[in-house]
Design a protein around this ligand. Sequence first.
Ligand code: GRF
Length: 193
Amino acid sequence: MNRRLGVLISGRGSNLKAIIDAIEQKRLDASIAIVIANRADAPGLDHARKAGIETLVISHKGFTTRDEYDRALVGALKERNVALVCLAGFMRLLSPVFIDAFPHRILNIHPSLLPKYPGLHPQQQALDDGASVSGATVHFVNKELDAGPVVMQQAVPVQRGDTADSLAARILIVEHQLYPRAIQQVLNGLSAS
Ligand code: GRF
């Protein structure tokens, strides 16, 4: 069965690296067909290059509308025949053009226990809320922001004296375990269906 992933990033790419490592260590039975970044300077691209994975930069700056940009993304992913699209710190909202092209085939990871703290700065939101626990969520992407069906979640305690950065760092460690496991679970479900 098709276990080809397309991974979309905008920045550091530590979750991409975690997926690459999980594949190399055979904890995740998949392959990465392409890594696409919307910025040429996304540091995460280096993780893909070092692993010999094809990379592509599609900058939104070259497009006048979001739909046009999303059609370019969809085209690149369809050309590589990906089974699943994994957003890994991709900082662009996706339009219905994109969502409808991959129904139930787009995953995202978010550093909170959704539906709590969607959108930007979820770690700061958790601190501002006085939460004693936050965490990480892998979910399917639908047309609402950070609101699609949850695949997997893991809690991370908020500690006294936590800053947004210290909480983010602790959640990130959990993200790196969670995302490959969630991808594996979704791929298993696809192969069973
Ligand atoms: C992660 O915290 C992820 O949950 C969020 O953006 C961050 C991306 O980090 N969506 P990285 O680029 O994977 O290191």
